[in-house]
Design a protein around this ligand. Structure first.
Ligand SMILES: *[C@@H]1O[C@H](CO)[C@@H](O)[C@H](O)[C@H]1NC(C)=O
Ligand SMILES: *[C@@H]1O[C@H](CO)[C@@H](O)[C@H](O)[C@H]1NC(C)=O
Ligand SMILES: *[C@@H]1O[C@H](CO)[C@@H](O)[C@H](O)[C@H]1NC(C)=O
Ligand SMILES: *[C@@H]1O[C@H](CO)[C@@H](O)[C@H](O)[C@H]1NC(C)=O
Ligand SMILES: *[C@@H]1O[C@H](CO)[C@@H](O)[C@H](O)[C@H]1NC(C)=O
Ligand SMILES: *[C@@H]1O[C@H](CO)[C@@H](O)[C@H](O)[C@H]1NC(C)=O
Ligand SMILES: *[C@@H]1O[C@H](CO)[C@@H](O)[C@H](O)[C@H]1NC(C)=O
Ligand SMILES: *[C@@H]1O[C@H](CO)[C@@H](O)[C@H](O)[C@H]1NC(C)=O
Ligand SMILES: CC(=O)N[C@H]1CO[C@H](CO)[C@@H](O)[C@@H]1O
Ligand SMILES: [Zn+2]
Length: 559
């Protein structure tokens, strides 16, 4: 690039920057009004600080980030809000709002980029529960309401994966299957007969799937499995699966509860009855799509993949969660396409693939599907080995935001060693940007609970940003943010980072435009930095460091 062009661009960028500031100022003022009264109190400070802060702003550190205007990102979010509003207030999978979101993303990419766009449909076999299941048993007239716990050790029972919904109007009679319920003989000998009743089967001998198949064959109303108590670790309920084709309501009981019911059911005079209620979010399998858009240039065997999820929860429009990630991803893709069309911006050596995953909210299903396909693919550019790094943007605009960076050091213990050094480098890359920009930052959890999880678990380096959800902003954080940003910009202590997380109020008014803009800039900076790296593979996967980690792990095993 020559000096003249460079100057012209700098001036252009400054002008756009000022324009953007005005827009941000206005939007921030609008957005912050609604959080709660406390926000009202500090609004005046906030506006003042934005102006003061903006005055100090020099450069975002990359062409890509300087070329994205927050009003452009906000226009996508407004579109998502419009879609939700005309679609019963939600953009969740299996609704018109979700389909419209996908159409908007696809159409916008088609109109504004020359990227190769692919839309891959996959079938969602739903298994998510709408709320905690209920199990009430009655023995000889005495009822007990049993406890369900996500910490399985603490509860009396747990649901079985792929359980069907159960909505019985009244309790049903229980029958305990003799032995371990592994043969037709066991089921035929059961008294009273199992058909139409709730059946109780002890763990052991055959697989859970085999027990499930027999229960289905004998057309039971519901299946209760229970642990066998043969050792200390076989007492609590365990999480098992009946496979995605299961049609029975099914729960897994602790040994103690199961044995008590089995004993009582020996005598029909005890009149053992069971009431269960299980409510799944979706009853039938349904289609969902992933959208990906690839730069036409760059080495497809060295792909940088950037993801965000396109669905919301059923309860709300999902504008921060995770519309803010989707909109940022869209703006990033279009900005890159725009720069690639100009002569002065050198194209990256690496292919960039932008993806919008479907069905994240019900179990990372879209990204998981993609990773499974890639694992099984032998097509060049579509194999798992063609991915260098996955950056994930999911919630970037929380009203009481933090500048959260996934902390590579908190990856789960079973994360393959090869992904660790690179993921830590991505963490540092973001951290250094926030420091250089004179912005505060925080580490956030990297345990795999968003769409980067399936990539990381397969040994692909990952990283990303997160502006906070149900955690409360601490006084320490507020003070630290205030100290760097200016009085009032640090947010409100003792309230959640996103009080509207997974709620109907996660609307366009739930967006902190100031924090959002910074997160989008950080995302753009990271992409350009990686895109410009001379040997990205060696940088992300340093052989010696990885070998060292593997060796250390081995020596731990030996001990
Ligand atoms: C909104 O919900 C109503 C009632 O459940 C349904 O009939 C209608 O089709 C829905 N509309 C959209 C756009 O999803
Ligand atoms: C969404 O689109 C899919 C096809 O991609 C279609 O099968 C489904 O019925 C649509 N859902 C709604 C709620 O319109
Ligand atoms: C199941 O849960 C959904 C979503 O929370 C709710 O709308 C529905 O009423 C529930 N159905 C029953 C039978 O409880
Ligand atoms: C059941 O309860 C009745 C009285 O409520 C009692 O007479 C009977 O012995 C009980 N049966 C058993 C098996 O505990
Ligand atoms: C049983 O307990 C659950 C909460 O664990 C509660 O929601 C439900 O109302 C209780 N049912 C009865 C009949 O007590
Ligand atoms: C479920 O049923 C389908 C169709 O019969 C079959 O292709 C699939 O393999 C089954 N899945 C499992 C997990 O058994
Ligand atoms: C893996 O790929 C092969 C052919 O490429 C295909 O036949 C097979 O069904 C795929 N398996 C899965 C689990 O997707
Ligand atoms: C350490 O060993 C465990 C168990 O063999 C393995 O699952 C994990 O991936 C290893 N971690 C590293 C960092 O090599
Ligand atoms: C990081 C985050 O909370 N984003 C969320 C967007 O959607 C679902 C919420 O359940 C989370 O699991 C994602 O991780
Ligand atoms: Zn969510």
């Amino acid at each position: 690039m020559n000096i003249q062009t460079s100057k012209a661009i700098t001036i252009l960028i400054s002008v756009l920057g000022i324009l953007a500031s005005v827009v941000i100022f206005t939007l921030t003022a609008l957005a912050l009004t609604k959080i709660n009264k406390k926000v009202d109190e500090i609004r005046i400070y906030t506006q003042k600080s934005i102006i003061n802060f903006r005055g100090r702003q020099i450069s975002t550190g990359s062409h890509l980030s300087s070329s994205i205007h927050i009003n452009e990102v906000m226009s996508h979010l407004n579109e998502f809000q419009r879609i939700a509003t005309m679609s019963n207030g939600t953009r969740a999978v299996n609704t018109l709002g979700f389909n419209r979101t996908l159409d908007y993303i696809t159409n916008y990419l088609t109109a504004n980029t020359n990227f190769k766009i692919s839309r891959t449909s996959f079938t969602v076999v739903p298994k998510q529960l709408a709320r905690l299941p209920i199990l009430i048993t009655t023995i000889n007239g005495t009822s007990s309401n049993h406890s369900y716990s996500n910490s399985q050790l603490a509860g009396d029972f747990y649901h079985i994966e792929y359980t069907a919904s159960a909505r019985f109007a009244a309790p049903l009679e229980l029958t305990a299957i003799p032995n371990l319920g592994c043969t037709d003989n066991d089921w035929r000998r059961a008294s009273p007969q199992p058909t139409g009743r709730i059946v109780l089967v002890k763990r052991g001998e055959c697989t859970f799937l085999e027990k499930g198949a027999l229960a289905t064959k004998y057309r039971v109303a519901a299946l209760l499995l229970y642990n066998d108590g043969t050792s200390a670790d076989r007492r609590a309920p365990v999480f098992v699966t009946l496979g995605e084709n299961n049609t029975l309501p099914a729960l897994f009981l602790s040994f103690q509860l199961g044995q008590k019911l089995a004993d009582a059911a020996q005598q029909r005079s005890n009149n053992v009855r069971v009431f269960i209620n299980i409510n799944r979010t979706h009853e039938q399998p349904f289609p969902s799509d992933n959208i990906c858009a690839d730069t036409p240039t760059g080495d497809s065997t060295q792909t940088i993949i950037i993801g965000s999820h396109s669905d919301s929860v059923p309860d709300g429009p999902g504008i921060n969660d995770n519309g803010s990630g989707s909109a940022a991803n869209l703006a990033l893709a279009v900005a890159l396409a725009r720069l690639f069309r100009t002569p002065f911006y050198h194209k990256y050596k690496y292919r960039v693939r932008f993806c919008w995953w479907g069905a994240e909210e019900i179990g990372l299903l879209g990204s998981d599907h993609h990773v499974k396909q890639a694992k099984n693919s032998s097509t060049i550019g579509e194999r798992l080995s063609d991915y260098l790094v996955n950056l994930n943007y999911d919630m970037l605009a929380s009203p009481n935001y933090i500048f959260g960076i996934y902390d590579g050091r908190t990856a789960k213990n079973d994360t393959p060693a090869q992904a660790l050094p690179g993921s830590n480098k991505i963490t540092s890359l973001f951290r250094e940007w926030f420091v250089e920009q004179h912005l505060p930052w925080d580490y956030t959890d990297f345990s795999g609970r968003s769409d980067y999880g399936p990539f990381l678990a397969e040994g692909i380096v990952a990283g990303g940003l997160f502006s906070g959800a149900e955690d409360v902003k601490s006084v320490e954080q507020r003070n630290r943010y205030d100290a760097v940003l200016g009085q009032g910009l640090g947010g409100i202590p003792d309230i959640k980072e996103d009080p509207c997380y997974h709620k109907a109020c996660d609307s366009i008014e739930n967006i902190n435009v100031f924090g959002y803009e910074k997160m989008v800039q950080a995302a753009a900076y990271a992409l350009e930095y990686l895109g410009r790296k001379e040997d990205l593979r060696s940088w992300l996967y340093p052989t010696l460091e990885i070998q060292d980690l593997v060796n250390r792990n081995r020596s731990q095993l030996v001990r």
